[in-house]
Design a protein around this ligand. Structure first.
Ligand code: 26Q
Length: 780
């Protein structure tokens, strides 16, 4: 980068008195400057992507977070820009107040963002397509221990990292409504390459802004109706990431970006290659879960209705173009749409889905598949459209996101499909980008690694970390590693003090659980274990307890009552231990507010212990586990998702694994009786009883009693303790206390474990994941 040119352009966009500029002014000026300086690079990449075979990643969510620092890191200009800022008497740190683009719920959305980063870095022609929500994931505050939601108006002060492209506007038609889809493009800068990817996010706008005829009749609301109804489509991100609510607006969102993206893809293909006959040779589309699966009938619709293709030929092309990634084994999360809803909103799409469904059935009969099996995999069953079945039928490749997850798909969730088309199935273990999740979030550790490796090659080849294993017994290296960890912990304590008003010391062990709030992720088990430790300290059964901070970050879906009750419970446990003088210096419980990507960056850099405690067989992969590992935390976790691969890489002896495994649960569950575990262990009884014995208060809502009943008697839709909290509780507390006493008894030996985790995180770079998709699925 030419620093002089940069400074000139940057200052030209600022007020004369630069020191008086607000962070937002600095941010906009910086964003505009970079966008201008790199626009040619971006244009060249766009052209290049279109000239050959390319891949499109379709996702309802891209959880990109804050762009500014990441872009500077990926462009390799962070230090130069930092210097310019300082010379001008301002600071890059001022931009900490710039809000995240929280256009996703959690893992699935963040994965999409990591994938774009990796593809750009690998020089691959991959572009993302999604929705430009006006409001991202809600902002969370904790009031009196309860979660409160507020809108996330992330573009309030502008959005310098997006470029509106009116010329590529698409019209999207629903039954009785037509809206404009206007693309906003975000650049995705690769690291150490000129390649720049594009994230194209569609915004819904009315075809007609305002109706003067209606206005003149003094019907003011009516005059703006079309605008409001159009803008509703991209107004807000649905905050659920578990249950499949069959809401009409959600379906409209899915069709909105599917239709717009496919129109864009087809238009560009025609512009470059003339016709469409070789479409499948030039484009491959990855469907991020079933959310964009309506793209399948939509592609067929466009080919049949606009291009005059036969249905069979169009379906055949669709089968070549699409690939489907599954991210969940939870039955309740599998998407199904009522036929009547789809027929009402999208009658032509519905008729095509029927045709796909009928073709599938005919195919099955032709190849002698038994009727019972055909009935199980039908796309239309009991009046609903099963999106996962449509995805499996019309995709070339189907993948899970960790070894165990893919195995579970083959064995259970998609077993019928696996038996029909085994060659379609692949595992693609998830990954994370080391640019954001090490270079950006942990510059001190990054610097140490760069020094030891005599270069920053790890930034584009994370397997290089393995070379650092040889320092595992090097006192100097490890003591610096511990120093940097302590530095990160200190930074986090300041941040938490400012944000949450809680005073922590970096001398505490930092035990961290950060992820969406879900019953299956078992934050409640973590809270129980804290209460167990509290009672243990009080009654003397736990001695010499090393002071520990138990830190939680999690958002609950606003309508998920149990998850919200668990947030309140965690905060109540915090209140109990902090109001007792015997324990207040030994146990700190912090539930951070508004956990998001930027908060995660600070937390992962400071963690000692990474809590990954989902019931075996429930977490598809997890990616937070990888972020914490890469930053030198040991995993306290179950044999679930990518945890299994993490300990395969880093050694079981360097982590703390507990609890029933999937195979064991298969045996246990049919006979499991949570009441008998409850009866058989006085500490479990005491801890669980806190829900009803007055130890903690749910503010009179009855929600804690409901949690208690769900654990011991079950709810109408679930057997008792469905996620096996009581069953795993003893081994969990044992493992946790072991981790804490290991840290306390021999900090150096514990640091060695932490170091070895970092050294063995190479596999979990999303660069590895994306290289594999590119080679084996996309054939780029
Ligand atoms: C579906 C229908 C209606 C409304 C919302 C949804 C919906 C939205 C988001 C369903 C699921 C999600 C998100 C799921 C998700 O984040 N899954 C996680 O994906 C990660 C990346 O593969 C894995 O690491 C996690 O294990 C998995 O939980």
């Amino acid at each position: 980068m030419d620093k002089r040119v940069f400074t000139e352009k940057f200052t030209g966009r600022l007020p004369k008195d630069i020191k008086s500029a607000t962070p937002q002014q600095l941010h906009n000026a910086l964003g505009d400057t970079i966008m201008e300086m790199y626009s040619e690079r971006w244009n060249n990449s766009r052209q290049k992507h279109l000239s050959g075979r390319r891949a499109a990643y379709l996702s309802m969510e891209f959880l990109v977070g804050r762009a500014v620092y990441d872009n500077l890191v990926c462009l390799g200009i962070y230090h130069e820009v930092d210097e310019v800022f300082r010379q001008l008497g301002v600071s890059l740190a001022d931009l900490e107040v710039i809000e995240d683009a929280a256009l996703g719920n959690g893992g699935l959305g963040r994965l999409a963002a990591c994938f774009l980063d990796s593809a750009a870095t690998l020089g691959l022609p991959l572009d993302g397509y999604g929705i430009r929500y006006k409001y991202g994931l809600f902002r969370q505050s904790i009031v009196d221990g309860f979660q409160k939601e507020d809108i996330d108006d992330w573009t309030r002060y502008g959005d310098p990292w997006s470029k509106r492209c009116d010329e590529d506007t698409v019209l999207v038609e629903y039954n009785g409504q037509t809206v404009k889809a206007v693309p906003y493009d975000m650049p995705v800068f690769g690291c150490k390459t000129d390649n720049v990817g594009t994230l194209r996010l569609w915004q819904a706008e009315p075809v007609k802004e305002f109706d003067f005829d209606i206005f003149n009749q003094q019907n003011y609301l009516e005059a703006s109706k079309e605008k409001i109804f159009a803008e509703d489509i991209s107004r807000v991100l649905y905050p659920n990431d578990d249950t499949n609510e069959g809401k009409k607006l959600r379906l409209k969102q899915q069709y909105f970006f599917s239709c717009a993206s496919l129109t864009d893809i087809i238009r560009k293909h025609k512009a470059v290659f003339g016709g469409l006959d070789d479409l499948a040779e030039h484009i491959t589309i990855q469907l991020n879960d079933t959310h964009p699966v309506i793209s399948i009938p939509e592609l067929i619709r466009q080919l049949v209705d606009n291009e005059g293709w036969s249905f069979d030929k169009a379906l055949d092309t669709a089968k070549k173009v699409f690939n489907y990634t599954n991210h969940t084994v939870m039955q309740e999360a599998l998407e199904k749409w009522d036929c009547s809803l789809v027929d009402e909103l999208l009658p032509r799409i519905y008729s095509i889905i029927i045709q796909i469904s009928e073709t599938l059935i005919a195919d099955m009969y032709a190849s002698g598949v038994p009727k019972e099996k055909t009935d199980r995999i039908r796309i239309i069953k009991d009046g609903r459209i099963h999106m996962a079945d449509m995805a499996c039928y019309a995709s070339s490749h189907i993948n899970g996101v960790a070894e165990i997850h893919t195995q579970i798909l083959k064995d259970t969730v998609l077993a019928d499909w696996f038996s029909l088309y085994p060659e379609r199935f692949r595992n693609e273990t998830n990954g994370i980008t080391q640019r954001r999740w090490l270079a950006l979030c942990n510059p001190r550790l990054a610097e140490q690694i760069t020094e030891l490796l005599e270069g920053d090659g790890w930034m584009t080849d994370l397997s290089r970390l393995k070379e650092l294993e040889k320092y595992a017994d090097d006192k100097e290296v490890l003591s610096r590693f511990v120093r940097e960890k302590n530095y990160n912990k200190t930074l986090l304590t300041h941040y938490i003090y400012n944000k949450e008003g809680i005073d922590l010391s970096p001398d505490l062990i930092f035990d961290i659980q950060i992820k969406r709030l879900h019953e299956y992720k078992r934050q409640l088990l973590n809270a129980f274990s804290i209460l167990w430790i509290y009672y243990g300290i009080k009654d003397g059964s736990i001695k010499n307890f090393r002071p520990t901070a138990f830190i939680f970050g999690a958002k609950s879906a606003p309508g998920y009552r149990r998850a919200k009750a668990i947030i309140k419970y965690i905060n109540e446990v915090g209140r109990v231990v902090s109001s007792d003088p015997d324990t207040r210096d030994l146990i700190k419980v912090v539930f951070v507010q508004n956990y998001n990507v930027s908060y995660a960056e600070k937390l992962v850099a400071a963690a000692d212990i990474s809590e990954q405690i989902s019931t075996a067989g429930t977490e598809a992969s997890g990616t937070g586990n990888m972020k914490l590992m890469l930053n030198g935390a040991v995993t306290l976790g179950t044999y679930d998702g990518a945890n299994i691969e993490i300990v395969q890489e880093a050694g079981e002896e360097n982590n703390y694994i507990f609890g029933a495994r999937v195979e064991e649960l298969k045996e246990i569950v049919p006979e499991y009786d949570s009441r008998s575990v409850f009866a058989g262990n006085s500490m479990i009884r005491r801890v669980v009883s806190s829900l009803i014995d007055g130890t903690v208060s749910d503010g009179g809502s009855g929600d804690f009693r409901e949690l208690y009943t769900a654990l011991l008697d079950g709810a109408s839709w679930h057997e008792p303790d469905h996620y096996y909290l009581l069953g795993d509780m003893r081994s969990y507390v044992e493992a946790k206390l072991k981790a804490i006493s290991d840290y306390s008894n021999d900090r150096a030996a514990f640091a060695r474990k932490q170091w070895l985790n970092m050294c063995n995180a190479g596999k979990f770079s999303s660069d590895r994941t994306i290289a594999d998709y590119a080679e084996n699925i996309w054939k780029l």
